[in-house]
Design a protein around this ligand. Structure first.
Ligand code: ADQ
Length: 460
């Protein structure tokens, strides 16, 4: 076998999803892909342990061939850095929800304090030729802070969420400081061309930067590469999951409990960015406009709670409970409930079975960096009789899955018309739409994504 002289990879993200004794198999495509790269290069994954602790000690653990180094955070850190700046300031703002964005000096202070602590604690464990790959909005300034610690390594940053338009971003006090920190990296990756375009707009309009060849951007003598690098799923694994015995059982259960009715499925973390209320309203419009379809379809919405320490997330839960109750109250019959609304997580194989049983995958985020559920739905379909993907044009995934029925999630009419169209769509058209999407999901999988990014970084 050819020996590949790999640089060691260092991954840094808010949470570490390397395999653990309590959870031996890495969870999710991202974890699987990064874990494989870390194992091959003998790398380390650093991040928050998820635990509360008074002292920032590094805790190393090697399991399943992967080393992780985790740090506990204090209650104040979690409140200001994680629940605060990350999830109450950056998350809403980057998802275009200025109305939900909270600006608090203490949040920003906590964010910088925790990033500084990470930089100080991790820096001594990084060797000169390691590749450093930092992930997501929790850690934007980390690269800059690592440079302050004297690191001259090749460093990359990948943003999993959208990059907002300049006119929204400038509402963030100290926006300039945040973006300047990004110029400490050598390569920055975005999920979609649209987010990259917004970033370039900010750099050229607010910072006087210039675009160069090969995706480069220069500001004040410093040149970096900013690329679109869309994340994928572990497609082979998902295809296998959809054909597993568990998936077949679940499909059978769905068939029996659905008694021949067409299943429309939605799967999302409970988050206001996912457009769940808009989805329910679009489905309600469909029921209002198509009485002939009543009792012949049902919507299964699977939405496990997330970030429940943040008030807006408690509100969204309440409003969806009410909305689904109202719609069911108005339309249900003695033997038919229009919406089945479930607030829990399911194993991947069960989820794959649900996707495969569904005539329609309904994915309606108001903004989404990528949206992996859309890709999972495509991967799980039966090639001989695939379902129809209805996808928000505001998800990063819409740039790749152009054969979906693309909709505007703010428009109940649009959602209603798409459901009607999907239910009537002849098999030939379903196959013709599904095939190119499947090829895209299969070929641009999570390993493709990881290699595209690390190769860009290695080329620096
Ligand atoms: P998320 O906002 O979490 O990710 P998404 O890309 O859809 O959104 O990924 C969600 C994942 O959680 C999927 O793999 C899905 O299967 C799983 N999941 C959801 N509900 C589940 C349930 N009830 N049971 C089990 N699994 C469930 C962020 C960004 C996205 C970006 C990803 C990856 O917001 O835009 O695509 O990171 O970069």
């Amino acid at each position: 076998m050819e020996h590949n002289p790999l640089s060691r990879l260092i991954v840094i993200s808010n949470r570490v999803s390397a395999p653990q004794p309590e959870q031996p198999a890495a969870q999710g495509g991202l974890a699987v892909a990064l874990t494989a790269a870390l194992r091959e290069s003998d790398g380390i994954w650093f991040g928050w342990s998820g635990d509360i602790g008074a002292r920032h000690d590094l805790h190393f653990e090697t399991y399943g061939g992967v080393t992780s180094g985790t740090i506990d955070l204090s209650e104040q850190d979690i409140e200001e850095y994680y629940n605060g700046y990350a999830n109450r300031t950056l998350w809403p703002l980057f998802h275009y929800r200025l109305d939900l964005t909270e600006f608090e000096r203490t949040f920003q202070g906590g964010y910088e304090r925790v990033n500084e602590a990470f930089a100080r604690i991790i820096a001594p464990h990084i060797d000169a030729d390691d590749l450093v790959w930092v992930h997501d909005y929790h850690m934007i300034p980390l690269g800059w802070l690592l440079r302050q610690q004297g690191l001259a390594n090749r460093m990359g940053f990948f943003l999993h969420i959208p990059w907002p338009p300049t006119r929204l971003l400038v509402a963030l006090p100290d926006h300039r400081r945040l973006v300047e920190a990004l110029f400490a990296y050598d390569v920055i990756g975005f999920q979609a061309e649209e987010w990259l375009e917004s970033f370039r707009h900010y750099v050229t309009h607010e910072m006087g930067g210039t675009l160069g060849p090969d995706d480069t951007l220069t500001v004040g003598g410093r040149t970096i590469r900013a690329i679109a690098c869309p994340i994928g799923i572990d497609a082979q694994d998902f295809i296998a999951s959809a054909a597993s015995a568990t998936a077949r059982d679940v499909q059978q259960r769905m068939r029996e409990s659905g008694t021949g009715r067409g299943l429309i499925v939605g799967v999302d973390r409970l988050d206001y960015s996912k457009g769940l209320a808009e989805r329910f309203l679009g489905y309600e419009r469909f029921l209002d406009e198509h009485p002939d379809r009543h009792a012949r379809v049902y919507l299964l919405q699977i939405a496990p709670p997330s970030r429940s320490d943040v008030e807006t997330y408690q509100n969204i839960r309440d409003s969806l409970d009410q909305l689904s109750g109202r719609i069911n109250g108005a339309h249900a019959d003695i033997d038919w409930v229009p919406i089945r609304y479930v607030n829990r997580g399911y194993p991947r194989e069960a989820l794959a079975g649900v996707y495969r049983a569904a005539r329609i995958g309904l994915v309606t985020p108001l903004r989404d960096g990528m949206n992996l559920v859309a890709k999972e739905y495509v991967a799980a379909q039966d090639p001989a009789d695939p379902g129809v993907l209805i996808l928000s044009r505001f998800a990063g995934a819409a740039e790749q899955l152009t054969n979906a029925l693309l909709i505007n999630p703010y428009s109940a009419d649009d959602i209603s018309d798409a459901i009607d169209k999907a239910l009537s769509m002849p098999k030939e058209e379903r196959i013709a739409r599904w095939r190119p999407m499947f090829e895209n999901v299969r070929d641009h999988d999570v390993v493709w994504w990881r290699k595209r990014f690390t190769e860009a970084l290695e080329a620096v």
